[in-house]
Write a protein that binds this ligand. Structure first.
Ligand SMILES: NC(=O)C1=CN([C@@H]2O[C@H](COP(=O)(O)OP(=O)(O)OC[C@H]3O[C@@H](n4cnc5c(N)ncnc54)[C@H](OP(=O)(O)O)[C@@H]3O)[C@@H](O)[C@H]2O)C=CC1
Ligand SMILES: O=CCCC(=O)O
Length: 282
């Protein structure tokens, strides 16, 4: 996700410096004109605004607050925008550390996958320092099609986890329908087509359905990243709201991970369902 986002900024004429743990993944960006620095701290000290796009809460914290992390290069007047999907506690910890340097902090997780990232069509769910939000708005508009400012740090993360909770349940329900249709003698491709024409149509079904029918799961959104947010358990627990459907879906993502599908697209959750169906028939 970080690479296409940075690539769009470079193509829009921004002066970009990059760092990634695996340096070779920066090569395409360097050939587009980006500069490279050897640590997040050095990126932060050489740039006005630093964007971070990391896998999970642990890596987002490490890159922001660990040794040679971005916070070490932050100072008053600079901004840090974390676009990773993390949890409430991690986002607040990162925000606290960044603002302790005098810099400003914005959380800005994104809705939209690999293709929207490439096409500059992401949706930014931002919260935190409003003046930083206004300052980076033109950059968000290069990478995305819309942006929401949601108030205090934590609200962007909560919005992202709610949206992913709905998406995770929808995908499991879709997988159940595809599998069931096959079992009762229907063509699952026709199911995809019928759904695409009705009120429950969602781009996700039309996009992923045809490959799911072929048992192919080219990774756009890795299954491990869907499961890491535990189906929105964080926000739900904070207000003691039951989320029975999402919680059941999450169990299936856990099974999929145990089957070695963590790095495949999250639509591979259908394989966990197939395994469950098979074991129930023995
Ligand atoms: N893919 C998608 O469709 C979407 C993803 N997201 C969110 O965006 C984020 C990135 O997703 P995506 O690009 O798919 O994930 P990837 O797993 O492809 O990339 C994750 C990045 O995190 C880095 N990383 C992982 N662990 C560490 C660590 N310990 N220290 C330093 N760097 C680390 C990786 O570095 P390295 O290259 O060295 O492995 C890589 O640059 C996630 O938070 C995800 O939930 C949000 C919307 C959509
Ligand atoms: O977190 C990523 C979800 C993928 C999407 O929004 O399409």
């Amino acid at each position: 996700m970080g690479a296409p986002m940075a690539s769009n900024l470079i193509k829009a004429g921004c002066d970009i410096t990059v760092w990634n743990r695996t340096k070779s993944k920066c090569d395409p960006l360097l050939s587009l004109g980006a500069k490279f620095e050897s640590s997040p701290a050095r990126v932060a000290s050489s740039c006005d605004v630093t964007f971070a796009m990391l896998a999970d809460p642990e890596s987002a914290f490490e890159v922001a607050c660990g040794a040679n992390g971005a916070a070490e290069g932050m100072a008053a007047g600079k901004g840090y925008v974390d676009v990773s999907t993390v949890d409430d506690a991690t986002s607040k910890l990162i925000g606290k550390r960044i603002t302790s340097t005098g810099a400003s902090f914005l959380e800005a997780p994104v809705s939209g996958s690999k293709k929207p990232a490439e096409d500059g069509l992401l949706i930014f769910l931002t919260a935190g320092d409003e003046s930083l939000y206004k300052r980076v708005a033109p950059l968000l508009d290069v990478m995305g099609k819309s942006r929401f400012y949601l108030g205090d740090v934590g609200n962007g993360t909560a919005m992202k986890l709610v949206v992913n909770m709905v998406m995770g349940s929808m995908m499991v329900s879709f997988a159940e329908g595809l599998l069931l249709s096959e079992k009762v003698g229907l063509d699952p491709n026709t199911v995809v087509e019928v759904i695409s024409q009705g009120a429950i149509n969602a781009p996700m079904f039309s996009l992923k359905g045809p490959s799911m029918v072929k048992a192919a799961y080219p990774t756009a959104f890795p299954l491990k990243h869907q499961q890491k947010s535990k189906a929105g358990a964080g926000p739900a627990e904070s207000v003691s709201q039951p989320i029975p459907t999402a919680a059941a879906a999450n169990e299936l993502y856990k099974v999929a991970k145990s089957l070695g599908l963590a790095d495949q697209d999250f639509s591979a959750v259908i394989e966990a369902l197939k395994a469950k169906v098979q074991s129930s028939q023995h």
